[in-house]
Every structure is written in structure tokens, then in C-alpha cells.
Ligand binder design. Structure first.
Ligand code: HEC
Ligand code: HEC
Length: 411
């Protein structure tokens, strides 16, 4: 066995992952590795996309037939209007984002930007970052802390946890991203699963996964040796971040913190109506703001409201939108793992924050916003905002930020 998986399956899975004609099926020429790039920590940054685009343009001076299957019409901005002739790669090149389509649930309609009336569209395109496939053995479903509604109440794969297994994930990728005409064999999908389950950010995370398999207690700490500053940063992380990014995969929220969250990373972002503002998120730049759509929602109480978002998250799976927005599915996403995070910028589902400094600034605004929620007298603070339900103590203090950043860079 190799890391808990049959060695021959891992070897075949590695081959399949980089095979542009998977299982002999002629799709659009894409392999998994075209988006989950081995030279980019198995994810895809806008910088790498732009590098490939420039290289392709250069090659085409000599060979007009030169090709890079990353640039396929389905992931062009103008695909819905120009079909196979589409050629505007702005979202890929500027933002590193890929198109994901969802059928609209009956409670959710798009608003036509021209007429400002609900449109007859039956599906919506959202633009999502390509997450790393490192550590997926630890960051998938964990059986803990279930959400209120299906699918995958205890976590899953994809940014919205809509997929339960790596086989299901691989199948979806081959049919959608690689546009294969039919499904590969079950063994092919099992091999891809085995290969991805031995990919880890580093040897210490691998040792943690091995110890979990072996039932070892206590589990080894996957952090490298930390200096004094990094150790202080870890204390801040445990207080301010780990209640959501918890467990071995840093993807298990710790009850009473609920499973899926909206951390205001979407575009457009909340703006405080009070002056001077009590919180101020960095606004989304136009290249991202343009991906937002206005939706008209039928809430569980029958009321109709409009909300704008670049990615309604799990609401697109369930249609469950309620007046209690904190516990409905609107904008809710799964907790991503954070190991190796210093090397996978930019951040969030829409690649909207360029640096870890910007991420920490964002969370400080999120905590400040939580502080503005008016609670009934005596009611406990939201669990993600308070250690003891009485004090609002999760905002990293300004002097703690350098320590937190130093620790995040060690993950
Ligand atoms: C066109 C680019 C593209 C290709 C090709 C592609 N992926 Fe992905 N992958 C993505 C995007 C984008 C997401 C996030 C999608 C979402 O959340 O809806 C993703 C998500 C994933 C995830 C979920 C990771 C997590 O932590 O939840 C896994 C696993 C994965 N892909 C594996 C694969 C495999 C295996 C293949 C090849 C069969 C593949 N991908 C091909 C773009 C791609
Ligand atoms: C309320 C729960 C919650 C808390 C608290 C929280 N996070 Fe997150 N985090 C999330 C969710 C949900 C996402 C996915 C959001 C998205 O992609 O839009 C996320 C995404 C991230 C990402 C982006 C990962 C990537 O690969 O793009 C980073 C980095 C991150 N969080 C760091 C932190 C840090 C540092 C803290 C503490 C200061 C923190 N988080 C606190 C829920 C939380």
C-alpha cells in the first residue's frame, strides 16, 4: 500500500490526472492538471493563466494551430453569446476563475439588468477559483457538526460541498470541464480518487493523515517548529480562526459554530450605513464586481426580496432562502483547508483578496460587522465572535496581526 491506497491505483491515477484524453475519451483535450497545475500547488492562479496565454500567443506567431486546452470556449466570458466562437478570456486571465453552471431552483430567479424585471433564465453561471487538491483526504466530509439541510450536511468537495466523493468529483470534472461525451469507467474514477488521496501540502500533513489511519493518539501536530512570534500567531489563530477552520483538515467548524458560512468575501460586499462606518470591507474591483447578479428570491415565509451576489453558494443547490439569513443557504460556502496557504494566493471563491494581509484585514472587518449585530438583551454573542458568549474577543488586536500573518505563512 502507498499512503493507505493501493500503489498500482495511485500510479494509474497519476497518469489519468495528467492525461488529456482520459480513458481514451476524446473530450476537449483538458486534463485535471490543466487547471490543478502541478507547478501551481495543484491549483490555478491568475498569474499562471496569463503566463500560459502569453506563451500561446507567442507560439501562434509560428504555428497558428498552437493550442492550450485551458482556453476552451466554455470558460470564456462571451460563451453564452458567441458559443464555440467565444474568445474573451477576461475572467480566466484577470481573475483565474472558471465557469460553473447551476439550474435555478424554483425559489430563485435572476433579474434582467436591462428591464430590472425577473428574467426567464433557467440556469446561472457563477465564476469560481480552482482550489488545490492537496490534502483532500483530510478536507472532505467528516461526519461532524451537521448543517440543517442536504446535500452533504457534514461537508464535501467543491466550494459548496455539493459532492460527496472524489469519484463523483472526477466524473463531474470529466463530463463538464473536459466535455467528454460519456463517463469513464469506475476503475478510472477510483484510480483518480487514490492518486488525490496521497497528495499533501507537505510531509507533516501526510504524517498526520497516516496517524489518523493508524488510530494513533494524540495526533501529531503538522505545524513546523515555530519561533516566538509564530507561536503567538498560533494562539491568535486558535482564537479567531480555528473555530471555523478546525479539525485535522482545518475544514471542520467546531460546534456551536455552524457548518457553512458567508464570510462576506462575495461581490458586492456589505457596506455600513452608519457614519462613520463601523466596518469597511475592501470593495470588489470592477473585474470582479461585474460577475455579480441581482436575484429575486421567494423566502420561506412567502415574501419576495432581492439580493445581489457573485455566488449564492448552497442556495443554488437547495433554493432555501429565509428571512433568517444567518441560517439559510444564501451565499453559504464550505470551509476550505488552509495548509500551504501562503503559496496559493489569491484567496476566496472569487480570488478577490491578493495577499494574506488583505485576508486578515477582511476578517477584522467581518468581526467588526458581527459586533454591530443588535442582539436582544442578555443574548449570547454569535459563537464565531465570542470565546465565552459574553465578550466580543475574537478580533485580532492590531499588534497581533504580524504574529497571525507569520503563523499563516508557516501553515
Ligand atoms: C477547467 C478547469 C478544471 C479542470 C479541467 C478540473 N478541475 Fe477540478 N476544480 C475546478 C474548479 C473551478 C473547482 C471548484 C468548483 C466548484 O466549487 O464548483 C474544482 C474543484 C475540484 C475538487 C474539489 C476540491 C475541494 O477541496 O473541494 C477536486 C477534488 C477536483 N476539482 C478534482 C479534479 C479532477 C480529478 C479533475 C480531472 C478529472 C479536475 N478536477 C479537472 C476546475 C477544474
Ligand atoms: C465564520 C467562519 C470562519 C471564520 C471565523 C474564519 N473563516 Fe476563513 N473561511 C471561511 C469560509 C466559509 C471560507 C470560504 C469563503 C469564500 O471562499 O468565499 C473561508 C476562506 C478562507 C481563506 C481562503 C482560502 C483559499 O484557499 O482561498 C483563508 C486564507 C481564510 N479563510 C483564512 C482565515 C483566517 C486567517 C481566519 C481568522 C482570522 C479565518 N479564516 C476565520 C470561514 C471562516
Amino acid at each position: 500500500m502507498c499512503g493507505g491506497e493501493p500503489c498500482d491505483a495511485v500510479a494509474r491515477g497519476l497518469f489519468h490526472f495528467f492525461d488529456r484524453s482520459p480513458d481514451g475519451i476524446a473530450g476537449n483535450g483538458r486534463s485535471c492538471g490543466d487547471c490543478h497545475m502541478v507547478t501551481d500547488r495543484f491549483q490555478l492562479s491568475p498569474a499562471k493563466v496569463e503566463g500560459r496565454f502569453q506563451f500561446l500567443e507567442w507560439l501562434r506567431q509560428f504555428d497558428p494551430e498552437a493550442d492550450d486546452p485551458l482556453f476552451r470556449a466554455i470558460d470564456a466570458d462571451d460563451f453564452r453569446t458567441n458559443g464555440e466562437e467565444a474568445s474573451d478570456w477576461s475572467n480566466l486571465r484577470q481573475n483565474g476563475l472558471v465557469r460553473i453552471s447551476f439550474p435555478l431552483p424554483p425559489t430563485i430567479k435572476l433579474v434582467d439588468p436591462v428591464t430590472n424585471a425577473p428574467s426567464s433564465e433557467t440556469f446561472v453561471d457563477v465564476w469560481r477559483a480552482v482550489p488545490t487538491v492537496n490534502d483532500v483526504k483530510l478536507s472532505g466530509p467528516d461526519g461532524q457538526n451537521p448543517w440543517f439541510r442536504d446535500p452533504n450536511r457534514s461537508g464535501g468537495y467543491q466550494l459548496d460541498a455539493r459532492v460527496a466523493t472524489l469519484q463523483e468529483q472526477g466524473l463531474g470534472a470529466i463530463l463538464n470541464h473536459a466535455q467528454a461525451p460519456h463517463a469513464p469507467t469506475q476503475q478510472f474514477l477510483d484510480d483518480l480518487h487514490s492518486f488525490q488521496r496521497v497528495l499533501f501540502t507537505n510531509q507533516r500533513v501526510r504524517a498526520l493523515a497516516d496517524a489518523i489511519d493508524a488510530g494513533t493518539t494524540p495526533l501529531p501536530d503538522p505545524d513546523p517548529p515555530l519561533n516566538a512570534l509564530e507561536q503567538q500567531g498560533k494562539v491568535v489563530f486558535v482564537r479567531a480562526c480555528a473555530h471555523c477552520h478546525g479539525g485535522p483538515g482545518q475544514s471542520t467548524p467546531q460546534a456551536p459554530v455552524i457548518r457553512y458560512h458567508d464570510v462576506s468575501a462575495l461581490c458586492p460586499r456589505p457596506v455600513d450605513t452608519v457614519s462613520p462606518p463601523r466596518f469597511a470591507f475592501a470593495p470588489c474591483p470592477p473585474r470582479l464586481a461585474r460577475n455579480a447578479r441581482m436575484y429575486e428570491l421567494t423566502l420561506t415565509n412567502g415574501a419576495t426580496v432581492r439580493r445581489a451576489s457573485d455566488d449564492p453558494g448552497r442556495a443554488l443547490l437547495t433554493g432555501f432562502v429565509s428571512p433568517q439569513q444567518a441560517q439559510d443557504d444564501w451565499n453559504k460556502l464550505d470551509m476550505p483547508a488552509l495548509r500551504g496557504i501562503s503559496k496559493t494566493a489569491p484567496y476566496f471563491h472569487n480570488n478577490s483578496e491578493a495577499t494574506l494581509e488583505a485576508v486578515v484585514f477582511h476578517y477584522i472587518q467581518l468581526f467588526k460587522r458581527a459586533e454591530t449585530i443588535v442582539l436582544p438583551p442578555g443574548a449570547p454573542l454569535p459563537p464565531f465572535a465570542s470565546t465565552n458568549g459574553i465578550h466580543f474577543d475574537r478580533i485580532p488586536k492590531p499588534e497581533e496581526v504580524p504574529a497571525l500573518l507569520a503563523y499563516l505563512r508557516k501553515l
